[in-house]
Design a protein around this ligand. Structure first.
Ligand code: APR
Length: 242
């Protein structure tokens, strides 16, 4: 971290994307072997897709959900370092993730917002109840709350839908004096625009390579998240200890 940062920060906002979970064995979306290479967004990740072919969409998310039950998929050093940072930090801390996996939660992060939903949750279009759901969802199963069949969908924010928690996120970005974006390609808005909204903040990007939005950041940690995030957290706590 550069010496200009030898100030005490108060309000941290961290944004994470698929890259932070890549080393845990969860595929990203837009890298060479990314999910969108194999599946068309409009077939599996839009409200229209669910109306047209709910079975295909449920199958796609059942496969993703199965990964969360795979014992080899565990939080990596980057998830752990962010949880440690939160634990040792007395100022405001908000972790916003675009990821729908549960690895930040399993690493111990607390003040965490899943802006694109959660893989281990479903909700009913009929009664609007949200449920934790870790197993496969069977399309013929009735909603556990209202009993309607065929109305339960993954609790994932699909393309064309409004991300969750916008008010809380924008309020935190407005106050942020330290903003870090980790493992996201900067292709999907509104998350790709958060760096602009954190106008007061010192801005750091962690990624394997330059992204669409790299120019908006003042510092870059280039390399795998499992190495760069612990390095960044250690440097940050060192500089900011009282
Ligand atoms: N360490 C750091 N960065 C990595 C690593 C790694 N080990 N592996 C990959 N990356 C970076 C890639 O270089 C890329 O910039 O992570 C980024 C992943 O980009 P995307 O696949 O586009 O994922 P993300 O930015 O999270 O996608 C945003 O798009 O499809 C939607 O809803 C989905 O939340 C997702 C959103």
């Amino acid at each position: 971290m550069t010496t200009e940062n030898t100030v005490l920060y108060k309000n941290i906002v961290i944004l994470t994307g698929a890259g932070i979970s890549a080393e845990s064995g969860i595929r990203t979306f837009r890298d060479q072997d990314g999910l969108w290479e194999e599946h068309r967004i409009e077939d599996v990740a839009t409200p229209d897709a669910f109306r047209r072919d709910p079975a295909l969409v449920q199958r796609f998310y059942n496969l993703r959900r199965a990964q969360l039950r795979d014992p080899s998929v565990q939080p990596n050093a980057a998830h752990m370092a962010l949880a440690e940072l939160e634990k040792h930090w007395e100022g405001q801390f908000l972790l916003v993730t675009q990821n729908v996996d549960n690895l930040h939660r399993r690493a111990g992060s607390k003040n965490l917002l899943h802006m694109h939903g959660k893989l281990d949750q479903v909700f009913c279009l009929n009664c609007d109840e949200h449920f934790t759901w870790v197993d496969d969802w069977d399309l013929e199963a009735p909603c556990p709350s209202c009993g309607k069949v065929g109305s339960v969908r993954p609790d994932i924010v699909w393309f064309g839908e409004m991300p969750y928690f916008s008010d809380e996120i924008y309020a935190a970005l407005e106050k942020a004096d330290f903003f870090v974006s980790i493992g996201t390609s900067g292709n999907v808005y509104p998350a790709a625009g958060f760096v602009q909204l954190a106008w007061k903040a010192h801005k750091i990007e962690v990624n394997l390579k330059d992204t669409e939005i790299s120019r908006a950041f003042s510092e870059h940690f280039i390399g795998p998240a499992s190495v760069e995030v612990p390095r960044l957290v250690q440097a940050f706590l060192e500089v900011n200890k009282e």
